[in-house]
Design a protein around this ligand. Sequence first.
Ligand code: NAP
Ligand code: G4F
Length: 335
Amino acid sequence: MRPKRALITGITGQDGSFLTELLLSKGYEVYGVIRRASTFNTDRIDHLYADPHEEGARLRLIYGDLADGSSLNKMIRTIEPDEIYNLGAQSHVRVSFDIPEYTAEVTGLGTIRLLEGIRETGLTPRFYQASSSELFGNTTEAPQNERTKFYPRSPYAAAKAYAYYMTVNYREAYGLYACNGILFNHESPRRGETFVTRKITRALANIKHGRQRELFLGNLEARRDWGYAGDYVEAMWLMMQQPEPDDYVIATGETHTVREFLDEAFGYAGLDWHEFVKKDPHYLRPAEVDRLQGDASKARERLGWKPRVGFKQLVKMMVDADMARVKQEIEGTGK
Ligand code: NAP
Ligand code: G4F
């Protein structure tokens, strides 16, 4: 019997790298979709990548794009994956206000291209859609669960809402095994550097080492339910192993402001953030999501999933990693 095959879009991103590690550890063959870029963009998965010509190589990278349906169709037909994880997206909420049409193209329509690719080939891979707590947007209900009404507040969230509903529709209309993981914010030392947590921990490390004096941020009062990405990819995999497909909220249940994240991170490093943080309206959003807090009871009960890493531990992990990285950079360059 051949090993299980997974196809992952967004493999070069934070979640793609953790999911690849998890699937390889479970004996899967992993096929990752990468975009052509003018510089290398595989830093997060380089440690997992073997020579594709090597016998037994279990991670292979293929050029493709969520905006290019024919490349996706060809992949599905030739790879014949057992599971498809659609993690690829223009995933930055603030940026989606600047490039709304592109965000819809990739984050919204990219999903339908994959779903149609599955339908057209007549194959029956299981399908995971990376849905988001941003779907809840301006909700007044707290905490949010699978039954909470959506109120998207950005082009990103509206594109994710389209992708969410198409995933449900293909499940109902064509009997596809398709799930939405409605994941609340999850972070790690591999988090993209323009998301607020990583922006803070990177800046903090630079400040501590004398390489930066100021940190410019937007809204410090927004509340997020921040978990650890390594825990959240396990939930993705669990959703794909159930007898029936379904949609699940994945969250810690705790909510903290950006200000609290600053307190925790700078406090841990023995600094007072008020001395360094400046407000910059550039980082405010035309419409903000003020408060997110998830209720993952369904995932706990049905998947047996629960987060292992708490808020304080997450902040420490990210600060430690950025401190070590900056130290290494300084030792490497002498600056
Ligand atoms: P990320 O680090 O920003 O990674 C996004 C991935 O999508 C990257 O691999 C990127 O490739 C790829 N991508 C972008 N445009 C693409 C295109 N046109 N075609 C193919 N791939 C494309 O995001 P993440 O934090 O890992 O999140 C993974 C997914 O979960 C995303 O869909 C995100 O919207 C969703 N989500 C994330 C969170 C969270 O808190 N992290 C919460 C809920 C949902 P490049 O490396 O080439 O740019
Ligand atoms: O870190 P953020 O950019 O994450 P956001 O907007 O919550 O989106 C992330 O989580 C979603 C899940 O809910 C994902 F779907 C999405 O793909 C992405 O991964 O911003 C968090 C909060 C916001 O309220 C923002 O206004 O931090 C506030 N913030 C304050 N200053 C800032 C900044 N955000 C960023 N990126 N940069 C700032 O300077």
